[in-house]
Design a protein around this ligand. Structure first.
Ligand code: ADP
Ligand code: MG
Length: 328
């Protein structure tokens, strides 16, 4: 339903690019996440899709209709895209129901539609409240209801949970995911939090310095990351340098680069490659212990283990099946 080709955007006349030669396609009815560090171009990409910016090169098609090119630019309000922002952007002087009616004033059965979406987000009983009489999570659900009310063909959420604390965040994330799936709308969900992305997205797009570096199903991103960078986004990763390879006596291909995930490191356990080490420092983390380790060949490593009782001398190792390999 969304087709993007060779999309680029520079804010300084080509000196630097916020987005560089990005191409991808999205199917209908799924939830997609765009993940990247701050400044990687996430907001630029979705603003281009929404028609709030114009591209320097490339094209955007929505439902096989060209909406953006160098020559053509369909206005944002004609693209039928719903938007949920980080800050809820509700009108403070309007009650919940009025906030929702505002965006569908031309609809024939607008009252009925407002009722439906308020039900969908579970806030029917609060329709006469003002935004300040709601919690942050409830306000975000109203913002979602408002975006869904006109039946958009695409829903875009830009960092929708950044303003919420951790507990509420996980709860609201699941709730919003349920609502999106129930409404059947295609959704793009922007986040810098990989846990959020893994929890809700069928497919994830990774942006790095304005480039699309991988687009894949969540599980594939974890097991088959395209680079050390992508691997490290989904948990602590240790790059297997030449020195580490020699310490573990695991010679690997020289034209590739390799890494191992922290969770695949075994302490005091049998595995394919093992070496002896001394624990220099232990930090209690609650769910586990962080260890600063000096291998017997002199290399230092930091790993997190579930063990709580660790002697000063340990063995550390990993299995060959868990080694990630990248062509650099
Ligand atoms: P993200 O949403 O991933 O944090 P952005 O798309 O906001 O990234 O920004 C990508 C790059 O473009 C950054 O280097 C940012 O400073 C720059 N940028 C974004 N918006 C503007 C703008 N309106 N004017 C100039 N530079 C911008
Ligand atoms: Mg942003």
């Amino acid at each position: 339903m969304l087709k993007i080709e060779s999309l680029s955007k520079s804010y300084d006349k080509g000196k630097s690019f916020a987005l560089r030669d990005v191409s991808f396609q999205l199917g209908e009815g799924d939830v997609f996440a765009i993940v990247g560090e701050s400044g990687s171009g996430k907001t630029t990409l979705i603003r281009l899709i929404a028609g709030l910016e114009t591209p320097d090169t490339g094209t955007i098609e929505i439902n096989e209709k060209l909406v953006s090119s160098i020559k053509k630019n369909v206005a944002a309000e004609k693209r039928n895209i719903g938007f949920v922002f980080q800050e809820y952007a509700l009108f403070p002087h309007l009650k919940l129901e009025e906030n929702i009616l505002y965006g569908i004033s031309k609809l024939k059965n607008k009252k009925q539609r407002a009722k439906e979406v308020l039900e969908l987000v579970g806030l029917s009983e609060m329709k006469d409240r003002y935004p300040h009489q709601l919690s942050g999570g409830q306000q975000q659900r109203v913002a979602l209801a408002r975006a869904l009310a006109p039946n958009p063909s695409l829903l875009i959420l830009d960092e929708p949970f950044s303003n919420l604390d951790a507990m509420l965040r996980a709860q609201l994330r699941n709730e919003i995911f349920r609502i999106i799936k129930q409404s059947g709308v295609t959704a793009i969900f922007v986040t810098h939090d990989t846990q959020d992305a893994l929890a809700v997205a069928d497919e994830i797009l990774i942006l790095q310095n304005g480039k699309l570096v991988q687009k894949d199903a969540a599980a594939n991103l974890y097991t088959k990351p395209s680079s050390v960078y992508v691997a490290s986004l989904f948990g602590n990763t240790i790059q297997l340098s030449k020195e580490l390879q020699s310490a573990f006596e695991c010679p690997l291909k020289t034209d590739c680069c390799h890494a191992i995930r922290n969770e695949n490191i075994a302490i005091n356990d049998e595995c394919d490659y093992v070496t002896n080490a001394t624990v220099l420092k232990k930090t209690f983390l609650g769910s586990g212990t962080q260890l600063l380790i000096k291998l017997d060949n002199g290399e230092h490593l930091t790993v997190v283990t579930k063990h709580t009782h660790i002697d000063e001398r340990i063995t550390i190792g990993f299995n060959s099946k868990d080694v990630l390999e990248f062509k650099e």
